[in-house]
Design a protein around this ligand. Structure first.
Ligand code: ATP
Length: 523
C-alpha cells in the first residue's frame, strides 16, 4: 500500500513529438484520489495529446508515469486499462447497432478476461449505474440513445473496466445545460468514491464550478498549476492565452442601420429594404423515419442582421439548418435565398447565391480527415480560375489560398499539406470556419460555430460573424449556448418541437422569457 501522501497519478517530464512538432514538452501533472482536475489550454496546446499518452494511445519520446507511486510502462493501451485509466473521447467509440451491454463488453475478451455472459454484465452495469446515478438501460440499443445517453455508456464502459482515473475530453461540448448538470452530479459522486477525474473543457465557468485543481498548457508546456479556488475565470483565460480576452457583443460593432448604409457596391440592399436574404415560409421537414422534425417554421433574415435560433438541442434546429443549406428534403413550405426560390435547388446553386454553412458535426459533414488542409479548403467551390489553369488544378494557387485562410483564421498546423484529421479539434473547426467565411458569403448558417474553440478563438469567430453583419450579410446563428445567442443576435426566435414558439427583438429579450419559450410556452 503506498503512503497516503503519494498521489494517485504523477506524470513527469512528458514529451511527445509528431515529426517536427513538439506537442508536449517536459509536462508534469499530479492528480490525487477523489480530485477533479481541469486541463486547460488553447486549441492545439497539447491537452488531448497528454491524455492520449496517459491512456497508452501513443508513446511519449520521454517522461515517466507513476500510478500509486509505481513507475509504469508507457504506450500500452492494454496496460493503461489494467491500471484503471479510462478515457471518454470527444468522439464516442460505440457501435450503434449493438446494445449497451454488448458495447460495454466489446473488446474485453481480447484483454485476457473471460468474455462475461451478457446477463451477468447487464446486472453489473445496472449496479454501477445505480451507484453513480447513471441513467442507462443495459439492453437499449446505442443508436436509440441521446448523445448524453451515449456518453453515459462511455463512462460505464470505463467504470466496468475498473477505471480509477477517468479522463473526459470536452465532455460537455455536446450536452445541453441540463445534461451538463446531470454529468456533473455523476462526476462528483465518482470523485466522492475516490476516482480521480481529468476534465478537459474550454468552458471556464464549468471549470470553476466542478474542479478543485487546474493545470494550464500553452504550446505544449505547463504554464500554470493552481487550486481552482485560488483563481477565477478571467485569471484562467489570461493564463491560457497570455493576455486579456473580451468576448465581443453586438453593440461593439457598427450595424448597417447605425451606419445608415445605402445599397452597397454589390447592390445589396440596406436592412430595412424589403427583400430578406433568407426567407423560410411554413417549412415542414421529416426525418428518415417519417417523424416531423420541422413543423411549419417561418423566419426571415434581413441584410445586416444576425438572427439567433435558441432552443434545447434536438428541437428541430439541426433539421432546419439542413433544409436551408440543401442537405435534406423539404416536405412543404418554401425557402428563398436572395429572393430566389431554392426550396428544391441544389447545394451548388445555393452556394452560388452566397450561402455558407458552418455545420454542427464537422466530422460527418464538413471535413475529410485524410485529406490535406489545402484540399479541404477548396471542397465547397467550383475549381475554376484562379484555382485552376486550363482545366487543371493549380497546386500553387491552391496552396496560396490555404496559406491565406490559415493566416487569417489562425489555423495552427505544420503547413498547408498537413492532414486535417491530425489537427487539434479546435483547429479543425477553424478550417471549416475559414472555408465558409473567407468567401464573403451573403448568408451564413452557423450551427454551434464555436463548439470546441478556446476563448480566444471564440472571440475571433464572433468578431467574424459581426463583420459579416456589418458588411450587409445575414447570419442565422443556431446555438444552444444562450450567452452566445444573447451577445450576438439582433432578433431571437425560439424553436420547440420543430415549431417557432415566438420571436423577441434584442431590446425585449430576457432570460426568463427565453426560458419559458424554450420549454414550449408561446411569447
Ligand atoms: N497524429 C498527429 N499527427 C500530427 N500532429 C498531431 C497529431 N495529433 C496531434 N497533433 C498536433 O499536436 C498538437 C496538439 O494537439 P492536441 O489535439 O493535443 O491539442 P488540444 O490542446 O487537445 O487542442 P483542442 O483544444 O483544439 O482539442 C496540435 O498542433 C496537433 O495538430
Amino acid at each position: 500500500m503506498p503512503p497516503s501522501s503519494t498521489p494517485l497519478l504523477d506524470m513527469r517530464g512528458i514529451r511527445v513529438v509528431f515529426g517536427p512538432l513538439v506537442a508536449n514538452d517536459d509536462v508534469n501533472l499530479v492528480v490525487d484520489r477523489g480530485e477533479i482536475h481541469a486541463l486547460l489550454g488553447e486549441n492545439g496546446a497539447g491537452k488531448s495529446t497528454l491524455m492520449r499518452a496517459l491512456a497508452g494511445l501513443l508513446v511519449p519520446a520521454a517522461g515517466e508515469i507513476r500510478i500509486d507511486g509505481r513507475l509504469e510502462p508507457l504506450g500500452s493501451a492494454h496496460e493503461a486499462m489494467r491500471l484503471g485509466i479510462g478515457m471518454v473521447h470527444q468522439h464516442f467509440m460505440l457501435v450503434p447497432t449493438l446494445t449497451v451491454a454488448e458495447n460495454v463488453c466489446l473488446g474485453l475478451a481480447s484483454t485476457g478476461r473471460v468474455f462475461p455472459d451478457l446477463k451477468t454484465a447487464a446486472a453489473k452495469i445496472r449496479d454501477l449505474a445505480t451507484t453513480y446515478g447513471l441513467d442507462v438501460d443495459p439492453n437499449a440499443r446505442v443508436a436509440d440513445l441521446s448523445i448524453a445517453g451515449q456518453q453515459r455508456v462511455e463512462i460505464l464502459k470505463a467504470l466496468y473496466r475498473g477505471a480509477r482515473i477517468l479522463i473526459l475530453d470536452e465532455p460537455t461540448a455536446v450536452l445541453t445545460p441540463q445534461e451538463t448538470e446531470g454529468l456533473f452530479r455523476i462526476l462528483r459522486s465518482l470523485a466522492a468514491e475516490g476516482t480521480a477525474i481529468l476534465f478537459i473543457s474550454h468552458k471556464l465557468n464549468e471549470v470553476m464550478a466542478l474542479t478543485s485543481g487546474v493545470t494550464v498548457l500553452r504550446q505544449g508546456r505547463v504554464v500554470a498549476t493552481a487550486k481552482t479556488a485560488d483563481t477565477d475565470a478571467r485569471g484562467l483565460a489570461r493564463m491560457m492565452v497570455g493576455s486579456e480576452i473580451e468576448l465581443p457583443k453586438l453593440e461593439d460593432v457598427p450595424s448597417l442601420e447605425a451606419a445608415g448604409t445605402e445599397p452597397d457596391a454589390m447592390g445589396r440592399p440596406a436592412r430595412a429594404a424589403a427583400t430578406p436574404i433568407l426567407a423560410v415560409e411554413s417549412l415542414v421537414c421529416r426525418d428518415v423515419r417519417g417523424a416531423v422534425r420541422v413543423d411549419g417554421a417561418s423566419l426571415a433574415v434581413r441584410p445586416g442582421e444576425i438572427v439567433g435560433v435558441a432552443g434545447v438541442d434536438g428541437n428541430g434546429q439541426q433539421e432546419l439548418a439542413e433544409a436551408i443549406v440543401g442537405l435534406s428534403r423539404v416536405e412543404a413550405g418554401a425557402i428563398r435565398l436572395m429572393g430566389e426560390d431554392v426550396t428544391a435547388a441544389s447545394v451548388a446553386r445555393r452556394i452560388a447565391l452566397g450561402l455558407a454553412h458552418i455545420p454542427e458535426d464537422r466530422h460527418r459533414t464538413a471535413i475529410v480527415g485524410p485529406m490535406s488542409i489545402e484540399d479541404n479548403l477548396i471542397l465547397e467551390q467550383a475549381v475554376e480560375p484562379p484555382l485552376s489553369k486550363r482545366g487543371w488544378l493549380d497546386r500553387r494557387a491552391i496552396a496560396d489560398n490555404a496559406r491565406r485562410i490559415m493566416a487569417a483564421f489562425d489555423v495552427r498546423a505544420t503547413g498547408a499539406s498537413q492532414k486535417v484529421g491530425t489537427l487539434s479539434g479546435g483547429n479543425q473547426q477553424k478550417v471549416v470556419l475559414g472555408r465558409a467565411l473567407s468567401r464573403a458569403p451573403n448568408l451564413v448558417v452557423a450551427v454551434q460555430p464555436v463548439r470546441g474553440l478556446d476563448v480566444g478563438a471564440t472571440a475571433f469567430v464572433h468578431r467574424q460573424l459581426l463583420a459579416r453583419r456589418a458588411a450587409g450579410a445575414g447570419v442565422l446563428l443556431i446555438s444552444t449556448e444562450l450567452d452566445e445567442i444573447l451577445a450576438l443576435s439582433d432578433r431571437i426566435v425560439v424553436m420547440f418541437k420543430g415549431a417557432i414558439m415566438g420571436e423577441l427583438a434584442r431590446a425585449d429579450v430576457t432570460v426568463e422569457k427565453l426560458g419559458l419559450m424554450m420549454a414550449g410556452r408561446t411569447a
